[in-house]
Design a binder for this molecule. Sequence first.
Ligand SMILES: O=C(O)CCC(=O)C(=O)O
Ligand SMILES: [Fe+2]
Length: 215
Amino acid sequence: MWPGGNPAFSETVCSFSKQVAELDEIIRKMILETLGVEKYHKNLMESHRFLLRVSEYAAAPPKQQQASEERQQLGLVPHRDKNTLAIVCQNQVDGLEMETGDGGWVVVTPSPASFIVIAGDAFRAWSNGRVYSPLHRIMVGEEATRYSAILFSIPEDDMEIRAPPELADDHHSPGFKFKPFDYGSYVRFCVTEEGMNASCQLDAFCGVANQQQQV
Ligand SMILES: O=C(O)CCC(=O)C(=O)O
Ligand SMILES: [Fe+2]
């Protein structure tokens, strides 16, 4: 795209990514402290890499005589992130929606100076389900174009995602909701036919059925 390079852009992207990566580290530390497993923080940081994605969701072409909700178009299909955390920084145009659990959707409207943090399946599995990875999507309106910059923290492919013993659920059998797995195998499973058709890819890949429910 830029045969001569674009040092000013590279510098901005690098500096932004470094600062948001620091925020990711702080957030992960806070979550681990809350769960009482902060001793795993360093280990968890070392086995991750970061990816920055910048996106443009162009305003949908106007459609006359339709209610405002019908004028919205899907900008990104409903999905759960596979990685650990995603930190989203957007312009002042909303569009990110989270599933509410009963099939509804709620628009996320952050204040101008805040970020949106989304946990992914790797964190859900590692935390034995205590950190939830929500289903989310992007809806595009016709008023304005939405821009977002997202920093993803991603486990290395060979990282074993295994919840620490401290997070075992002693009140339910089995104590762990997910079988341990290598992150790379999970990513590969998600693009198989079975993975793509699963309503919850993590459960389909490594979910352990609750024995009490099976009875
Ligand atoms: O652009 C956004 O706000 C979020 C996009 C997203 O969910 C993703 O890239 O996984
Ligand atoms: Fe996402």
